[in-house]
Ligand binder design. Sequence first.
Ligand SMILES: [Cu+2]
Length: 117
Amino acid sequence: MKKVVSILSILLIISNFVMAVEPPKNAEIKIKTSAICSMCKKRIERDLGVSKGIVNSNLDLNDKVVTITYNTKKTNPEKIKQVISKIGYDADEVVADQKSHDALPDCCQKTAASHKD
Ligand SMILES: [Cu+2]
């Protein structure tokens, strides 16, 4: 009987420990944007930086992909794509918000000739 009790108490301790370990809060996602130049990069990273749940973002102008670390409890990929669309850029299958896009400087619009500076 003593043995059973000690086994049970060990199981209880283990289960408490497992439940205390929270699932990871941060996740990473890569989103293809329609960014053109370094101004776009600054604009997207700045606006993402003040968005709810975004931990970090880095846009690579070579492939126009923005890598975002986000808190899974505060936001999700769909919301993040909407944020990017509202800034004025395509985000994967989500097309840029037309009003926001048209308000961008000419050199940052989708019709602009390719440039990075
Ligand atoms: Cu630009």
